[in-house]
Design a protein around this ligand. Sequence first.
Ligand code: GUN
Length: 280
Amino acid sequence: MIIDGNKTAAKLREDLKKKIIDLKSTYNSLPGLTVILVGNDHASKIYVKNKEKFSKEVGINSEVIRYPENIDESIILNKILELNKNKKISGILVQLPLPKHINKKKVIEAILPTKDVDGFHPLNVGHLSSGYDSRIPCTPLGCLLLLKKVEKNLTGKHAVIIGRSNLNGRPMAQLLLKENCTVTITHSKTKDLKGICNKADIIVAAAGKPKLVKGDWVKKNAIVIDVGINKTDSGIVGDVDFDEVSKVVHAITPVPGGVGPMTIACLLNNTVECFKRSNS
Ligand code: GUN
């Protein structure tokens, strides 16, 4: 089974569009999302363009603020403080990675936790890791929704996560713990990754290594979610060797057309949730 991220994301956007129409008639205002993009990172520019496009499509008031690579950190921090106070802005997202001279932690912590659509603020991270309701980072949330397309009840499943980043691996682990999975987090220093993956009911690959997960790494009934987006000479590939692994496992997400579109749809969802919270 190939898990269709494009289709699932389109349905999520359709549902959000309807929800936003209802919210507009209730509150006479629309959710607003501001994205801050610093520098010229090619992939970031494409992501931000798509975030803007799909925000508009579902009825979110969307704005992108672009700064040059050499911008002063204080200008970004002041802009965030201004957006924090602006009642028309429900969500603020600073696209990562940031240039080296800018303190990422400081920038993330400047965003009001209630407007933190990424779920990266330490308060939101803490809520998630304590098992409380919180804003869930967009990519792990997208992965979970795709997993649920295949298996509604994940209780007792052994989930192996490859990668321990704050964007993907760590929040994914917390989400799967909440779903009563037994979670193993692996990373670049892990020994016998293949042996660990061989025992997994669920694999979430977010290592940033093209075609890392091979056909003889996976169980027959496994579900494999591929978070990787790697540019290679033969085009964009995931962290999973799709041709090999798809022949073995029960279900797998493709790249492209798997997790990618879900990340954006979940960002729109998080923006709507922030808007609802601010009006409740
Ligand atoms: N860069 C790559 N993925 C993401 C994401 O989900 N949020 C932000 N802010 N930056 C990213």
